[in-house]
Design a protein around this ligand. Structure first.
Ligand code: ZN
Length: 236
């Protein structure tokens, strides 16, 4: 396997999905680096979870300790300047007339993946892994498979180098994502993700539910709770 094919760069926010993607990449690639973005989120707490998750992951499986490489954090303050959402301003989360929550930052994942591709190019990496998923969040057009495939083609053309965008969660329900974590790292990985990953839109960390920490009321918490209960209940 060439060096280019041995290494992956994972978009790692510290949430449930990206942590599961990081475990998936550690299982599949010889070396894995992570990239996170800072763009003026109201809750930087998700980013703070990343260090604890990285520390925990290398204890889940002995072979992962030697694979987990460096962490990159890129500042993209411009994203906050062009978005009017509950993630970046102090307004209530609600659904817009277009069916999208106002937490949606237009094109955010396109920007993330493009920056990740530029970094990957510099580091001689051709595999990029992201937690985009159509199944539960069809409202986010930049998470759709068709979008990701188009962007993969555009980035490969624009950088004159073949690039692969991997989205292992694309067709999984949240319950199936928990099951994938179990398949990769057993109960230890499930516990780590449940306790240390962060998904809540409101950035609440205090309350501890059976599915992890969060406000329990926002759409992200509701989705996470629903997925957890389907997982432990054996449904999907
Ligand atoms: Zn919440």
């Amino acid at each position: 396997m060439s060096e280019q094919d041995a290494t992956a760069l994972v978009l790692f926010s510290g949430g449930q999905d990206s942590t599961t993607c990081l475990a998936w990449a550690l299982d599949r690639f010889a070396r894995v680096e992570t990239i996170g973005f800072s763009y003026g989120q109201r809750h930087a707490i998700e980013l703070d979870c990343r260090a604890r998750l990285r520390e925990g992951l290398v204890k889940v499986r002995a072979d992962w300790a030697g694979k987990l490489g460096c962490e990159h954090t890129l500042d993209i303050p411009t994203l906050a300047a062009i978005s009017e959402t509950a993630l970046t301003r102090d307004v209530a989360i609600e659904m817009g007339a277009d069916g999208l929550p106002n937490t949606f930052v237009p094109g955010r994942n396109l920007v993330f993946l493009t920056f990740a591709a530029a970094l990957a190019y510099r580091r001689g990496i051709r595999h990029i892994v992201g937690g985009m998923c159509e199944t539960d969040y069809s409202g986010y057009p930049d998470c759709r498979d068709e979008t990701i495939k188009a962007l993969q083609a555009a980035l490969s053309l624009g950088m004159a180098r073949p690039l692969e965008l991997h989205t292992p969660l694309m067709w999984l329900t949240k319950a199936a994502t928990w099951q994938l974590a179990h398949d990769l790292g057993g109960r230890d990985l499930v516990d780590l993700i449940r306790d240390q990953s962060h998904t809540c839109y409101l950035g609440e960390r205090g309350a501890r539910h059976d599915w992890g920490h969060g406000c329990g009321r926002c759409p992200a918490c509701e989705l996470r709770a629903h997925g957890w209960h389907a997982y432990v209940g054996g449904g999907s």
